[in-house]
Design a protein around this ligand. Sequence first.
Ligand code: COA
Length: 106
Amino acid sequence: MEIRPFEAGDEARKLRVQRELFLVGRQSGRVVAAVMAGYDGHRGSVNYLAVDPQYRRRGYGAMLMRRIEELLAARDSANADVLAFYQRLGYAADDVVALGKRLIPD
Ligand SMILES: CC(C)(COP(=O)(O)OP(=O)(O)OC[C@H]1O[C@@H](n2cnc3c(N)ncnc32)[C@H](O)[C@@H]1OP(=O)(O)O)[C@@H](O)C(=O)NCCC(=O)NCCS
């Protein structure tokens, strides 16, 4: 599978913000996998990851995750968690599963 950055003509998302964090995997020219991520200056998040059902269990999902991890790890990391501050402003934990992985060991 060949991994490329987002190109016009793919699904028209993320055109204006961090489009370099939207990758698609192509097999014989056809999009068979995709991942979309974001970086807020401190944390990276993977919002979408999908592999065409016909192409699953071939390592493509893992390939895309490794590439997106490289792109996220290459970005600057700064700032500390300020949970109490956000709680004070009315933020609370959402009822979603969030999985984390530290890419920069500091
Ligand atoms: C989840 C998904 C992206 C995995 O893609 P994939 O290309 O099939 O995954 P890979 O082949 O790279 O698998 C990587 C490893 O995970 C394992 N794995 C993959 N799917 C698995 C599953 N459903 N259950 C358990 N293990 C699984 C593989 O066996 C492999 O293990 P290994 O490294 O020990 O060999 C794919 O199943 C998918 O698109 N699912 C639907 C969309 C979705 O749920 N996306 C996640 C949104 S958060």
